[in-house]
Design a protein around this ligand. Structure first.
Ligand code: ARG
Length: 571
């Protein structure tokens, strides 16, 4: 409906100009005042006139009457004024011709934009800490991050997805000590990352009894920092094993990264950056450590170097940002992490600003809430963690059971079970506002009858099955067609897709798309139940309804891909 909003804003501005030329609103502002009423009986678009009352010095009721009598727009069917609201009814033909035509022409690109053309966005997401478990807590950064990447690509941006691996730090000292004491090459080769995590967990347990292990770990990490050959070899090996394992999970999500440059990548770039901070008089020595004082900005100091001169997390992020600016000349960088890291990002963004880089304002932190599973809090230290791969595996298993029961003859069952099982988790996760804490209930996520991923995929498959049955029908001879209420409701919802994409982009909020998918499904299923498609009374109706079904298929498909959920033509 963006198109209607635009033309209405133009018309509205003309009327407002004639009432009082000094209203100070441009078309953009007027467009932002337009609302979509919750109930169609209140029009397709409404303008609440209260906000205009003060500037125009007229009562909202009078303003709405005046606009109603003067506003002209070829897409308007009629206007009603109710208590200071201007309720605008759009012509049904607008939906059945313009909207439908746009979707069928646009196909896979319906809802996309090109305002990002020629600009690059770097997205820093997923970024697990090597040797620590890749658990359900990482689901947020992984799927929100990838969805934001898809959204930006859909807006025309060139996107660079970076997995800023936590591949540097004292945990490697611990792992090296644990490996040297209790590790076995063969077991690691067989069990991969699980064995590394087991060693890591064992280290913590043993270190409780024998604290000298911690000193040993620090010493091993220092050796690593000084490029000790043996430790470097082990470290590389640990990382390769971990990445290999992550990639299996990413594959199930259809995620590929453009770069795996983790924290260690910036080791040799750091000295120059630290030197620059010194030159710019930003570093202060505090109890032996180097920090940037941020008191003036009401934040604790940003820690750059430890007493022993080794770099800290913020220093690596600052170096990475400078490197990325040079390498990608980005328009902005989007960092997706849990909300617990908000202060970290606010601090070092400030430091980059203080270093004099005006692009610091284009560094965006996108935080999300905590996850618990079936009501239980997760804690890495105690071992109460649910690995992402295990969560996916159990969802896939459950979906297979449901499929066996509901559709025993389904082809490519394994592949579909991955699409539906993993899709269910992604959809469930992205159903809530990202900042809210979420309690993950696997049963709910997999419920085919609820507002879930499987329900959405089922609806998509339904559009495919109708179209498959209609393959031989020639739909070229279109005539104009008077749509009924269900068809209108569906088309109106489909017409909102581009705006939803914009909203999701502006708010960095993939859940806008997830919830929108449910609206489309509700309206399509309402239409499907009430209106015969293949059994329609006459040819024109049948053709129109098939077109509408196809349009729904495109919109759902495009929306699925924005939230990294696979499409399945049959389930
Ligand atoms: N590895 C970090 C963690 O698991 C997340 C890294 C986020 N990205 C960044 N550039 N700091 O907590």
């Amino acid at each position: 409906m963006l198109f209607v909003k635009k033309s209405l804003s133009k018309g509205l501005k003309t009327v407002l100009d004639s009432i009082n030329a000094s209203h100070g609103l441009d078309e953009e502002k007027i467009s932002q005042m337009l609302e979509y009423p919750p109930d169609e009986k209140m029009g397709d678009i409404a303008l609440p006139c209260f906000k205009l009352s003060k500037t125009l010095r007229m009562s909202p009721v009078m303003i709405s009457e005046r606009i109603a009598s003067e506003l002209k727009d070829e897409n308007i069917d009629r206007i009603e004024t109710v208590n200071g609201y201007l309720n605008i009814y759009v012509k049904r033909s607008y939906f059945s011709e313009n909207v439908l035509g746009k979707i069928l022409d646009g196909k896979d690109s319906y809802g996309s934009f090109d305002f990002g053309k020629g600009k690059t966005v770097v997205l820093d997401y997923s970024s697990p800490n090597v040797a620590k478990p890749f658990h359900i807590g990482h689901l947020g950064t992984t799927v929100i991050g990838h969805s934001l990447k898809k959204l930006h690509e859909f807006a025309g941006y060139k996107c660079v997805g970076v997995n800023h691996l936590g591949d540097w730090g004292t945990q490697f000292g611990k792992l090296i000590v644990a490996y040297n004491l209790w590790g076995d090459k063969k077991t690691i080769e067989e069990k991969g990352i699980d064995e590394l995590v087991a060693l890591y967990v064992r280290f913590h347990k043993e270190a409780e009894k024998d604290p000298t292990l911690n000193d040993k770990a620090r010493a091993e990490f220092t050796k690593l920092e000084h490029f000790d050959e043996e430790n470097i070899k082990l470290w590389k090996w640990f990382i390769d094993i971990s990445i290999e394992e992550y990639k299996k999970t990413y594959k199930q999500l259809d995620i590929e990264f453009d770069s795996y440059c983790g924290e260690s990548f910036y080791s040799d770039k750091m000295p120059a950056v630290i030197e620059e901070m010194k030159q710019k008089n930003l570093l202060k020595i505090d109890d032996g450590a180097s920090v940037v004082d941020l008191e003036e900005y009401k934040m604790p100091p940003c820690l750059i170097l430890k007493r022993d001169g080794s770099s800290l997390y913020p220093a690596r992020d600052i170096s990475a940002a400078l490197y990325r600016k040079q390498t990608y000349d980005f328009e902005k960088v989007v960092y997706v992490t849990d909300a617990g890291q908000s202060l970290h990002f606010a601090q070092w963004f400030k430091v980059v600003e203080l270093m004099g880089y005006e692009w610091a304002k284009n560094l965006v932190h996108v935080p999300y809430g905590k996850v618990s599973l079936n009501g239980e809090k997760l804690a890495t230290r105690t071992g109460n963690v649910i690995l992402l791969k295990d969560l996916f595996a159990s969802a896939i298993e459950k979906v297979k059971d449901i499929m066996n029961e509901k559709n025993p003859n389904l082809e490519n069952r394994d592949e579909k079970a991955v699409a539906v099982g993993v899709g269910a988790i992604v959809f469930y996760y992205l159903s809530n506002n990202r900042i809210k804490d979420i309690n993950f209930m696997l049963e709910d996520a997999l419920n085919f009858d609820g507002n879930t991923g499987p329900y959405a995929q089922y609806t998509y498959a339904r559009t495919c099955s109708v179209l498959e049955k209609a393959q031989s029908i020639d739909r070229s001879g279109k005539t104009s067609y008077e749509i009924n209420d269900k068809e209108k409701a569906l088309l109106r919802t489909l017409s909102l897709f581009p705006e939803k994409v914009l909203q999701a982009l502006n708010d960095y909020e993939p859940s806008v798309i997830t919830r929108y998918i449910l609206d489309v499904c509700t309206d399509f299923n309402g239409f499907y139940h009430d209106c015969q498609i293949l059994g329609a009374d006459d040819e024109d109706t049948k053709i129109f309804r098939l077109d509408l079904t196809e349009a729904t298929k495109y919109v759902l498909g495009n929306a699925f891909s924005l939230i990294c959920m696979r499409k399945t033509e049959k389930i």
